[in-house]
Design a protein around this ligand. Structure first.
Ligand code: ADP
Length: 259
């Protein structure tokens, strides 16, 4: 059974439709990457699923239950965002333990879970470190541990590696996928970076101007692009090796949604 179902989700800002009847399913333990140019509606889609803003139309179902009206903190949906700062006044342990304390788990259980997670993200023994002494990559690892700690039913990740340099991103892509798989997590992962999408995804959803162009496994997207946009979008990235040659981002070539 699908863990998450999104039905005709629609969002308008000032009369402009930025998400247009988007429907898809995410299977239990699946990593679905949402790939699209900047302005295509990726972040808006995650915000609606998380409940941070209401849809104008449509529904979100978790394990068959309609959660469209359920407040964010009761949805069993975790989030990790690029700009999602760690609590600067709390050490690493307290940052990771935060969601567990909200669940009022017994202290020994919290300690064991935090220790195991820090080991899994490659930061064993970091419990007492101050957050401001960590590198960018270390901060993102702690943020990942924190979002996994309460075992959400679904984890939403919005450009989690966006602020890191390329070498570190490439290293962390593989690590994130392994970790999500080890935790048997169902995840939606937003990026505009094709290489990142293909490295992380079980399936990729290509979003363009608030609509789904295609949902398919990475190899199928290249073999059998469903629309001219998909063919063009994927080719541009591959041909230019965009990020490397220009230092720029082929996705930025695309103009934002305008209707
Ligand atoms: P992406 O994450 O793919 O870059 P977004 O979901 O952030 O795209 O944005 C989709 C479109 O919606 C963009 O054109 C953006 O300018 C617009 N948008 C997003 N949030 C708001 C808002 N709060 N008010 C008005 N327009 C918005």
């Amino acid at each position: 059974m699908a863990r998450l179902r999104v039905l005709a989700l629609t969002r308008r800002y000032e009369g402009r439709t930025v998400l247009d009847h988007v429907s898809f399913e995410v299977a239990d333990e699946e990593i679905l990457v949402i790939l699209g140019p900047s302005g295509s509606g990726k972040t808006t889609l995650l915000r609606l699923i998380a409940g941070l803003e209401p849809p104008d139309e449509g529904h979100v179902l978790l394990d068959g239950q309609d959660i469209t009206e359920v407040p964010p903190h009761r949805r069993r949906i975790g989030m990790m965002f690029q700009e999602y700062a760690l609590f600067p006044h709390l050490n690493v342990f307290e940052n990771v333990a935060f969601g567990l304390r909200m669940q009022q788990l017994p202290e020994p259980e919290i300690r064991a879970r935090v220790r195991a997670l820090l080991e899994q993200v490659g930061l064993p023994g970091y419990e007492r470190r101050d957050v401001h002494t960590l590198s960018g990559g270390e901060k993102q690892r702690v943020a990942l541990a924190r979002s996994l700690a309460p075992r959400p039913a679904v984890l939403l990740l919005d450009e989690p590696l966006g602020s890191l340099d390329r070498a570190l991103r490439e290293q962390l892509m593989g690590e994130i996928r392994s970790l999500l798989k080890a935790e048997r997590m169902t995840a939606l992962y937003v990026t505009h970076d094709q290489a990142e999408a293909m490295a992380i995804a079980d399936r990729v959803l290509i979003l363009h101007q608030g609509r789904i162009e295609q949902i398919a496994a990475p190899e199928e997207l290249y073999r059998d692009p469903a629309t001219p946009f998909v063919a063009r979008f994927l080719d541009v990235g591959t041909l230019l090796e965009g990020r490397i040659l220009s230092g720029g981002d082929p996705a930025e070539v695309e103009t934002p949604v305008g209707k």
